[in-house]
Design a protein around this ligand. Structure first.
Ligand code: ASP
Length: 343
């Protein structure tokens, strides 16, 4: 039996941070420090290599160019490794997981993203267990020898979640992530119990197709009681904007004042794509259920169904990054590209 070959891509995040002696704040540190704190990794018996961001970053500084960097590392090393573990800060982990799921088209190897709430050097760290479990998941195979996981997934504490369904739920708990509209891909206990029915299976065996152009001419607008016409119109008219994630109440409802519908209709009439995404953590858009939602549909808004905000904004960046026009973007928004929404 060949030893599993895993590439760790260390981008930064709390997992590898140490305390700055002067300011007492946490800052990212290099990979050798991180791995020196997890001697158990050697007992796995895997061939592990690593690539490190220079310098490693707090994930608050993650951006589309760095997503491209991660994708290119995976592309260049795709045939040499069985799986990839991306070490990443938790703050923007769900955005990165969503973006990578779109950018790594035809992925049929595991890309497991993990990090931790406490630095790996701390006695009660969750980083050691997360790193080891992520490596085991990246090496896991099915009975026929194919990789168990063939998608971008987030491993955190007790669960493996689909990346483009995940959201950071807690700034404190070790179980910091959840996918509220999709079942867990695995439950971590004494063993790793995979939920095989929920795992993504690439329909074809086409070669990996990495697409790193992300168009950032997109934005997020959230409605709230008391929003004024001036505030709404201001946010909808960011110069050059092509796509807007409109975060609405419940099943996709928004204020029924005529000026609200008019402001949205004026925006879609300019060719801007407006995608309706619920502010709720669980459930889906049903625009026709209430007249407050029906008006948005009449104003040209597209239903985001049960997509997360993280997946919605990165999907817009990805589709416009492909150079598609508004009508084509709307067409792809209605469909699931890689399991990001229930169709
Ligand atoms: N600020 C950190 C980051 O996202 C938090 C973490 O890693 O948990 O990089």
């Amino acid at each position: 039996m060949q030893r599993p070959r895993i590439l760790i891509i260390y981008t930064g995040g709390t997992i590898g941070m140490i305390e700055d002696p002067e300011t007492h704040t946490l800052r990212p540190f290099n990979f050798d420090h991180l791995i020196d704190n997890v001697p158990k990794v050697r007992f796995l018996g895997y061939d592990i290599d690593h690539v490190q961001f220079a310098p490693p970053i707090d994930s608050s500084d993650m951006d589309p160019a760095k997503w491209g960097e991660i994708c290119r590392i995976i592309e260049q090393n795709y045939s040499a490794y069985d799986g990839f573990v991306v070490l990443h800060g938790t703050d923007t982990m769900a955005y990165t997981a969503s973006a990578l799921s779109f950018m790594l088209d035809n992925l049929n190897k595991p890309v497991i993203i993990t990090g931790s709430q406490l630095p790996i050097g701390e006695v009660r760290t969750d980083g050691e267990e997360n790193l080891i479990t992520a490596l085991q998941i990246a090496a896991a195979t099915r009975h026929n020898g194919d990789p168990m996981v063939t998608e971008v997934a987030i491993l955190f504490e007790d669960y493996l979640w689909r990346g483009n369904r995940s959201t950071k739920m807690s700034a404190d708990n070790f179980n910091a992530f959840r996918s509220n509209n999709y079942p867990q891909l695995a439950r971590i206990g004494l063993g790793i119990l995979f939920n095989e029915d929920a795992l993504w299976r690439t329909p074809s065996r086409r070669p990996l197709n990495v697409r790193t152009d992300m168009d950032t001419a997109v934005t997020i607008v959230s409605v709230y009681p008391g929003i004024t016409e001036e505030a709404l119109r201001h946010q909808l008219s960011v110069p050059g904007v092509k796509g807007i994630v409109l975060k609405t109440y419940g099943a996709g409802n928004a204020p029924t004042a005529p000026w609200f519908e008019q402001a949205i209709a004026d925006t879609t009439a300019k060719g801007v794509v407006v995608l309706n995404v619920t502010q709720c953590v669980n459930g889906s858009i049903h625009e026709g259920r209430y007249s407050a939602g029906d008006r948005l549909w009449r104003a040209g808004v597209i239903s985001g169904q049960d997509i997360t905000t993280e997946a919605a904004i990165t999907k817009l960046m990805f589709l416009f990054g492909l150079g598609l026009g508004a009508e084509e973007v709307k067409h792809y928004l209605a469909d699931s590209l890689c399991g990001e929404m229930t169709v």
